[in-house]
Design a binder for this molecule. Sequence first.
Ligand code: SAH
Ligand code: SF4
Length: 438
Amino acid sequence: MGYTYRPMPRHYWIDTSGCQMNERDSETIAGICEALGMSPCEDPADAVVAILNTCAVREKPQERVYSRLGELRKLGGKGEGPIIVVAGCVAQIAAEELRRRGADIVVGPRCYDMLQAALENLTRGCTLTEDPARPVEEGLPVCRSTDLTAFVNIIYGCDNYCAYCVVPYARGREQSRKPEDVLAEVRGVVKRGCRDVTLLGQNVNSYGNDLTEPVDFTELLRRVDAIEGLDRLRFTTSHPKDMTSELIEAMAELPSACEHLHLPLQAGSDAVLEAMGRGYTCEHFRSLIGGAREAMPGLSVTTDVMVGFPSETEEDFEQTMRAFERIRFDQAFMFKYNDRPGTRAARMEPKVPEDEKQRRLEKLVKLQNETAREINVALEGEVFEVLVEEADPKSAGHVRGRTRGHKLMIFPGPEALIGEMVKVRAVKGFLWGWMGER
Ligand code: SAH
Ligand code: SF4
């Protein structure tokens, strides 16, 4: 308990796992540290404050938090070494365990406004987690990791309670940001040179349900698109049960809206989708994708899927395979189902054995990798607009960036191109994108 007195600060170190929301939250945490006069460092041993921003969606990353915490503890005895902060979803759902294992400050995703005071005093020993309906504060400092692209939250939390998912417990109730706050943040990043904005929410289609002003997600998209100087607008994640044809029309019509749709399928079997509580059928999902592809030729479609949900039969899994064969996703994030504490699915039986989940995952990954490569090879010779983001870390004299479809393009070029939109011809397709030339 109590305080450790030291001359005020030097470095902070931050490690981020999980989704884009955590990446955006880490920019807030970094902003808070910088407002206190700290600067970032690469090695936690040099830090006054070491922060782990954590993900609880699956078990493995959560276990990794405990081992990283143990390593950080070794950097100092009690009251020595960096102040260890654990933030993010694990902080919210396992605060006591983290404190027991030596975290100095545990702070949940809705409580970053309280972090500043705790860090100012270099407090060792506090838990900043609150009830899941606590409103998220506006106006916290932010230190962005890049000026070219930006994540902007539009809705916090999730009210969907899919049977397998811990997010509603970790991130709390849905809370839409006011449209003017979203617009102000987008204007701010565009002014600083940002050209590609991604609007974030667990279910962006719920945007506005809790606002007094009648602004839904489609209307918000229109207002953001109207901001001068914004070249590219994306969003994630859309929920298939709430995706509307108005949204697809708006995407097709708005100049900045990218030809990229991330729509999580989760499973190809209607019985499994029903048990997951997802609220749509595979057929409905396919019709959504069909409509979107018709409205936006060249649309790139990405998804999330899991195998081995409780009671998933071989036939259920084969339906996921068939859905992948028919839909042909550009990219997919594929997971083995994992029991999460407190969720409905954790209590569902029968469980699919681990080796069976592994077999199904490998089979699906193989199919998806082949599909992605085929799609990209078929597009060889086409010219794409690329926002050049950085020097390619693997090949000297090359730079890389993303297309409007969010595919990676690596091509020979000087670093002076970073920040530019350039036309690049896809020369050779791979599963991740293309090697190209100007
Ligand atoms: N809000 C988003 C994503 C939330 S979590 C959505 O609705 O899609 C990101 C992905 O992790 C999910 O899409 C799902 O595929 C995966 N996931 C979530 N809980 C999981 C669990 N218990 N086991 C395995 N994968 C899980
Ligand atoms: Fe989890 Fe479902 Fe909410 Fe996505 S929509 S965060 S999968 S509960």
